[in-house]
Design a protein. Sequence first.
Length: 80
Amino acid sequence: PEEKAIEVQSEEGVKKVDYDKLILAPGSKPVSPALPGIDLPGVYNLFTVDEAVNVKQGLDGVKSAIVVGGGFIGLETAEV
């Protein structure tokens, strides 16, 4: 997309968050949400080890990334 940002809903309301790369980690079951732009370069799903390697290679030189998903893989990815 032209604008690399997502909107996050919280108790304080909706907040816009900008990113360089978007990492989707929706949980323990492989789920790829039907979102516009889900298939664009720089958007990754983490279902397999090969996909994790692709993410690591794609993040070289990136200053910020967003992890969407709160499962174990998403939390581990956010920690790194």
